[in-house]
Design a protein around this ligand. Sequence first.
Ligand code: IPD
Ligand code: CA
Ligand code: CA
Ligand code: CA
Length: 269
Amino acid sequence: MSYLDVAVDIAREAGKMIKSKLDTDFVTEEKSSSFDVVTEIDKASEKLIRDRLREAFPDHKFLGEEESFQHETSLADRLAAAAEDDFVWIVDPIDGTSNFVQRIPGFTVSIALACKGELTVGVIYDPCRDDMYYAEKGKGAFLNGKPIRVAETEGLSRSVVSTGFPSDPQMREAVFDSLREIGSQSRTVRALGSAACHLAYVAAGKLHAFWEYGLNAWDIAAGVLLIQEAGGTVSDAQGNPYSLATRHIVGSNKGIHESLIAVLKPLGY
Ligand code: IPD
Ligand code: CA
Ligand code: CA
Ligand code: CA
């Protein structure tokens, strides 16, 4: 089985497990603050994904949101090492935990594979819709087996863009600053509660763009490859190329990318 096939199977298995727990009484805790929550299902999903990947690829490294929380090595150092490693799986076991906690559909499982810092596989699974988005470097992007492309460009004023509200208060302020600008120049803005879902929607042409500040590799790695393989563009908020360390992200259908960067760059993040 290819890396992609394994990742797709594992994302589906984890997503089904998560969905089966949606209406149960799971334990929820606050992590760094009351803005940042984790459930026992996030942890169970990450364990499931990690165990399955370890069985399939014992030599590959693993970087997941929940194990990173109290890891002895800093995330910056682990990402720097990942840029040299042959195979690192980057995993968000539930992206959109706040949706999950509120029993709102629209949470996803995000699994990416980086080889020497280059994204080679990206999988995003939405278990409530049973939608599987996936991409492999150089081989295009797909939703449930059908090729996907980013939307046509009709200018920012005819674009539906998306963002999210980071748990870090400073980063949240940055989103508010940018929302004032982009919100007044675009057709409308959506905040659906999962960065991975937004990026998958940009890749599939359902949204024209996504931007947010203060994200981490597990939130965006799979979605970045999806957008790139679907004909879109991804950069940081200053217009620099994406790397695993990128935290302020802009992903778009390409045509409106420059307009977005022109708005975001002066904000200085
Ligand atoms: C969060 C989601 C949300 C975004 C936050 C992320 P999590 O991830 O992607 O949409 O606005 O910044 O932290 O914690 O649900 O995996
Ligand atoms: Ca989280
Ligand atoms: Ca996330
Ligand atoms: Ca998460």
